[in-house]
Design a protein around this ligand. Structure first.
Ligand SMILES: Nc1ncnc2c1ncn2[C@@H]1O[C@H](COP(=O)(O)OP(=O)(O)OP(=O)(O)O)[C@@H](O)[C@H]1O
Length: 270
């Protein structure tokens, strides 16, 4: 098996007295599409935010592409990383957020060209050509001169995906990319992600509540509970024959909430 492109080695993350990640061991292989599912507050988004260096860690080591993310090796020891090191490491990752996070005062095209020009030092012409190709990929070539507020939520999220791709990251992180959308707009965003997964050799790590989508797109699904992986496996196994009681309970509640409530009530009454 190839070396993992992402590796969490006994990672601990606390917010005050609350331990959100509890000596988490977790890895992803190059090109693998991995989905994280689990109850609210189980630490799913925290994993992605740590990878984007938006949250620090309290203990353990996070490896990205063979190098520690939060540390640098000095004198044979792992020491806290410099801002320069983290900057360089961040370029390997792109993230699509729940709330799109587009720059509101920039046109759609400028949202896509800004970072490639500033960070990757692309010429304006190169950045523009790259942006236009990506807008075509997400079906928004005719919206390039509009501002984010002139687009639907689904269109804004497709711009968000194109913008993350403009930096050519090796790893794409998706944090519940459809949860802020009206139901009728979810499909168009999932289609763009599905095409990206099928056509590119990207490593993808997704947090999602869309179980059907997780089933279709993932090589592996990880069920998180209380800051640890409670169960993981190919979607065909995890969704059809979950082994752990917590996984079964969670899946029953998200796939068929009414029957799960009824069963809970019946067992409480009985
Ligand atoms: N900046 C923060 N300060 C304090 N607590 C935080 C912070 N960010 C997250 N938490 C807490 O850490 C826990 C895990 O949060 P996280 O967002 O990773 O969960 P999640 O599994 O993604 O949940 P959800 O599905 O609801 O998004 C939660 O209890 C949350 O309240």
């Amino acid at each position: 098996m190839s070396e993992p492109i992402i590796k969490f080695d006994k990672v601990v993350k606390r917010f005050g007295s609350v331990t959100v990640l509890n000596e988490l061991d977790f890895s992803v292989s190059p090109g693998e599409k991995v989905t994280i599912i689990g109850p609210s507050g189980s630490g799913k988004s925290t994993v992605l935010r740590i990878l984007m260096t938006l949250e620090s860690i309290n203990d353990g080591v996070v490896w990205v592409d063979g190098e520690p993310l939060w540390h640098e090796e000095r004198g044979g020891k792992l020491q806290a990383a410099s801002e320069k090191h983290m900057h360089r490491m961040r370029e390997k990752l792109g993230m699509v957020f729940q709330q799109f996070n587009l720059f509101p005062h920039m046109t759609v095209r400028r949202n896509l060209t800004e970072a490639p020009i500033r960070v990757l030092k692309l010429s304006k012409k190169e950045a523009r050509e790259r942006a236009d190709r990506l807008l075509e990929m997400v079906g928004l070539q005719d919206q390039a001169d509009k501002y984010p507020h002139q687009l639907s939520g689904g269109q804004q999220q497709r711009v968000g995906i194109a913008r993350a791709c403009a930096m050519r990251p090796r790893i794409m992180l998706f944090d519940e990319p459809t949860s802020a959308l009206d139901p009728e707009l979810v499909g168009e965003v999932l289609n763009v992600i599905r095409n990206l997964a099928e056509e590119h050799d990207l490593t993808m790590l997704l947090v999602t509540h869309e179980m059907q989508f997780a089933r279709q797109i993932s090589d592996r699904v990880c069920f998180f509970d209380r800051g640890r992986i409670c169960e993981e496996g190919p979607p065909s196994e995890l969704f059809s024959e979950p082994k752990e009681a917590r996984t079964k309970e969670f899946l029953r509640a998200v796939v068929d909430p009414d029957s799960a409530k009824g069963e809970k009530q019946a067992s409480a009454e009985g």
